[in-house]
Design a protein around this ligand. Structure first.
Ligand SMILES: CC(C)(COP(=O)(O)OP(=O)(O)OC[C@H]1O[C@@H](n2cnc3c(N)ncnc32)[C@H](O)[C@@H]1OP(=O)(O)O)[C@@H](O)C(=O)NCCC(=O)NCCS
Length: 169
């Protein structure tokens, strides 16, 4: 998909793994996973992940998976946009592109976790829910006691269409 300010959302390849790792590390917010983990994601979960190209380089990424026990639910593990390109709709465009693409596989619910103090992430997922006419619900999932390292709590955001809410998927 090419946006109005000339960006392209596409599936990641192995060649994107190092850049994804760098964007995650530079975000100052995300847990930086090993470079190996991002390469593995590019190999095995490319269908549920995305990068955005802008100015001839990768400017952001989403990595996610379909929940094994709920394959109609797309779980977003991490999303980040290089600081230079934030506020231009790239984060939202990657998520829309993935949800549009996965709809054909019966996926209509998105889950992710967000730290309570992450205003940008909260706003991005709230905007996604509004655009898609879906309901966003939030509840605690991982509290500091679950983590061994003083990690912040993580709240589960669930963005579901009316049909999903009715059947409780
Ligand atoms: C969160 C993040 C990916 C958003 O990417 P982005 O490309 O700047 O977001 P978008 O431009 O698509 O904005 C989507 C919506 O969020 C809003 N938003 C984005 N950043 C915001 C901020 N800092 N404060 C308030 N609202 C914000 C936008 O206004 C937009 O809402 P709208 O459609 O109602 O206008 C980016 O800020 C980032 O990489 N942050 C660091 C990593 C991170 O926190 N990832 C999420 C972890 S759960």
């Amino acid at each position: 998909m090419r946006g109005s300010n000339e960006f392209l959302v596409r599936a990641p390849t192995l060649e994107d793994g190092a850049r994804i790792w760098r964007i995650a590390a530079d975000s100052g917010v995300l847990d930086t996973n090993s470079s190996y983990a991002y390469l593995l994601w590019c190999r095995d979960f490319a269908d549920t992940s995305a990068v955005v190209e802008i100015d001839g380089k990768v400017g952001g990424f989403v990595i996610g998976y379909l929940r094994p026990q709920q394959p109609g639910t797309f779980f977003v593990w991490q999303v980040a946009v290089d600081e230079t390109y934030r506020g231009r709709g790239l984060g939202g465009a990657m998520l829309d592109s993935l949800m549009d693409g996965l709809a054909g596989q019966g996926v209509s619910t998105l889950e992710t976790t967000v730290s309570p103090d992450n205003a940008a992430s909260t706003a991005m997922f709230a905007a996604l829910a509004r655009r898609r006419g879906a309901l966003l619900t939030a509840r605690p999932l991982f509290d500091p006691g679950h983590f061994p390292d003083g990690h912040e709590p993580e709240h589960l955001f669930r963005i579901a269409t009316a049909i999903d809410q009715e059947v409780g998927r």
